[in-house]
Design a protein around this ligand. Structure first.
Ligand code: ADP
Ligand code: GLC
Length: 653
């Protein structure tokens, strides 16, 4: 049978000033992670001899790896040279594009009087905003200033330039609005996306501002870095009250983070509490975010909102804010998880938003004749809707996955598309990850990964044996994640050669179930009922396989992290799992992991057993897949380009 070789590695007024908001639970989470790292240290030390033993192999491999790198470099060099003149031509093209950018400016200026007329209260705070203005403006001039010296141009014939000229996509400004963002606050993948995508967009010629609530649970180290940008008062719905809006800013790696400050809404330890608290909180937040853009006089080309917590942004924008400066922006609403929609009775939402009656019609927020649905309204008013994988974009238009919005989504399907998530290679890199016992890359994964397994086993009190098949599961413990299936097959999994590690928090029923199994299978089953970033990294590195048997999964990031760490995913073929994990084919060796389709415990067990067979019987094939997965491009680059294209489609000037 012809087997494919693994792919080569590709390259409140007073409150605002009282800045130190008390560190809440999430902070503790981040800090808790540190001792965990320390705990792991002895394990590393104990294993040192093993590491040393492996060294000669690593060293022996080095020259080969280096040779390969040199060969690659050599192969690349001429190409780089060839593109040089093109790059110059491209810069010149960028110069040509300049007037377009400038032409935009007057438009923004024209709208300024409206802002001034509208915001007498804001005026008072303006000086403060002015002080910090340069920081926000910093990223903009960069490409314009890099004017090439056209000395060599006449030397080369004209033919070269048009073919080789790389495309530089025009600059656009984008405001991200959402409820969480790593490392400030994260409960799941939304936090990862809000961190990684803006950073990648900056690389792709975008100015990005991320607007977030200033929760009290944001770690003190970040609270301290925030700079006061100003404050104003804003009315909210039919409350008859004027609410404080403070803006605290933090600029980091080219991305500007603006935190909306109001202790009345954001002083709880967790971002999400209960709908009774969360509905008013995010009605306030969405409106305050738009008002803040006007206040800062930073009018983006596109406003990119995320999930139900920011879904009212397009609704406010096309109603109350239409005639204000920010009204010229286009909107994109991304669905990260359709299960959460922000539904409450109509009178309550009218009270907190003050939105006009037409918004509460069936075509927009109204649902089931008495409720109002914030996400549904956002989907109706947004210029574009995206979700985080192509398959999920299709699935949510069916009753099985549509969460009662399938008809609404089908109606708006002309503006809906799926763009799969990536992962941040800076944050997730086994070669440099400080949380790991031993770092490794694609060239030495087979020599070093097992050392991470031994360290992990010691850290968690499992039987230390590199021959065991270790299955990890890193997840919010909720109904979405397929945990009923896992629960059903644990006794059959525990065959003496298999260990299971669960890391997660969530519904009590699942937490208790996994604690029970830990007790029942001492030394072979570990239930870490906690949120621990660095332990998650060590599980990705130390496990052989990662389980993601979700009932539905819009994208899923854990399978991407796992693949990047050479850990094979075992997933259900749904949403982004289907789009990112190609099933392993025993006949030709293709694929990235082990998959099953129907939501059925027997099929999950079958997939795990197939994985075990490859691991124990055909280790050579298994190792090929490990390397192939590490070489797979799961970065943000491609996906961010698709978002950029979408922004350009919306702003075709
Ligand atoms: P979701 O957003 O539905 O929770 P994703 O797979 O998109 O699922 O993202 C989950 C993210 O949260 C991943 O980065 C994963 O590593 C992380 N994560 C989930 N649970 C934990 C935990 N208990 N401790 C540390 N990280 C976790
Ligand atoms: C949601 C989804 C998850 C996705 C994440 C980031 O939480 O459940 O599948 O990866 O958002 O988009």
């Amino acid at each position: 049978m012809a087997r494919k070789k693994p792919e080569p590695a590709k390259k409140q007024p007073a409150a605002a000033k009282a800045a130190p908001a008390s560190a809440g639970k999430t902070v503790a989470v981040v800090e808790q992670a540190k001792p965990a790292v320390k705990e792991a240290e002895p394990a590393v030390k104990a294993e040192k001899p093993a590491v040393k033993k492996a060294e000669p192999t690593a060293k022996a491999e080095k020259p080969a790896a280096e040779q390969a790198k040199t060969a690659e470099k050599k192969a690349e060099k001429p190409a780089v040279k060839k593109t040089e003149p093109a790059a110059k031509a491209e810069k010149a093209a960028a110069k040509k594009a300049e007037p377009a950018v400038k032409a935009e400016a007057p438009a923004a200026k024209k709208t300024e009087p409206a802002a001034k007329a509208e915001k007498p209260a804001a005026k008072k705070a303006k000086p403060a905003a002015k002080k910090t203005k340069p920081a926000a403006k910093k990223p903009a001039p960069a490409p314009v200033n890099e004017v090439p010296a056209p000395v060599e141009e006449p030397v080369h014939p004209v033919e070269e330039a048009p073919m080789e000229q790389p495309y530089v996509s025009p600059r656009r400004s984008v405001a991200f609005i959402g409820s969480e963002c790593h490392p400030f606050v994260k409960t799941g993948g939304l936090g990862d996306v809000m961190y990684a995508l803006p950073r990648e967009l900056v690389k792709q010629n975008c100015d990005v501002r991320v607007i977030l609530p200033r929760y009290a649970c944001i770690p003190q180290q970040y609270q301290e870095k925030m700079v006061y940008r100003g404050e104003f008062y804003m009315d909210l719905g039919l409350t008859g009250r004027s609410y404080y809006v403070g803006i605290m800013e933090y600029v980091w790696d080219g991305v500007v983070y603006d935190f909306i400050d109001n202790q009345e809404f954001f002083s709880a330890g967790n971002p999400y509490i209960s709908l009774v608290d969360d509905i008013p909180k995010y009605c306030y937040f969405s409106k305050a975010a738009l008002a803040a853009l006007n206040f800062l006089n930073w009018i983006p080309d596109v406003i990119h909102c995320h999930d139900w917590q920011a879904a009212l942004v397009p609704v406010y924008l096309r109603t109350m804010f239409q005639g204000t400066p920010v009204g010229r922006a286009k909107t994109v609403l991304t669905i990260h998880n359709l299960r959460f929609q922000g539904i409450y009775n109509i009178p309550t939402l009218k009270y907190w938003t003050g939105l006009p009656n037409e918004v509460f019609e069936m075509g927009a927020m109204k649902q089931d004749y008495e409720d109002a649905n914030m996400l549904k309204g956002g989907l109706a008013y947004a210029d574009r809707i995206t979700t985080v994988s192509g398959t999920y974009a299709w699935e949510i238009q069916t009753p099985e996955y549509g969460e009662h919005l399938e008809d609404h989504l089908r109606y708006h399907s002309y503006k809906l598309r799926g763009i799969v998530n990536g992962i941040d290679y800076g944050m997730w890199n086994p070669a440099t990850d400080p949380a790991l016992a031993v770092n490794y890359d694609i060239t030495n994964v087979l020599d070093h990964k097992w050392q991470n397994k031994l360290a992990l086993q010691e850290e968690l009190g499992l039987v230390q044996d590199q021959g065991k098949f270790v299955i990890g599961l890193i997840s919010r413990l909720t109904n979405q994640k397929g945990l009923d299936l896992v629960n059903a097959i644990v006794p059959e999994l525990m065959d003496g050669n298999t260990q299971v590690i669960v890391l997660g928090t969530g519904d009590k029923q699942y937490e208790d179930t996994f604690r029970y199994y830990e007790n029942a299978y001492r030394g072979m089953f570990s239930a870490c009922i906690q949120y621990d970033e660095s332990r998650a990294h060590r599980i990705y590195a130390g496990a052989d396989a990662l389980l993601v048997p979700s009932r539905f999964e819009p994208c899923g990031l854990t399978q991407l992290n796992a693949m990047h760490y050479g850990t094979l995913p075992i997933v259900r073929e749904t949403g982004g799992l289907k789009d990112t994990v190609e099933p392993y084919n025993i006949f030709n060796g293709d694929g990235n992991g082990f998959t099953f389709d129907r939501y059925d415990a027997g099929l999950l067990l079958d997939a795990v057993n197939r994985a075990k067979t490859e691991y124990f019987v055909n280790r050579y094939h298994w190792d090929e897949v490990v390397q192939r997965d590490m070489a797979k491009d799961v970065s943000w680059q491609n996906s961010a380009r698709q978002y950029k294209d979408l922004y350009l489609e919306l702003t075709p000037w």
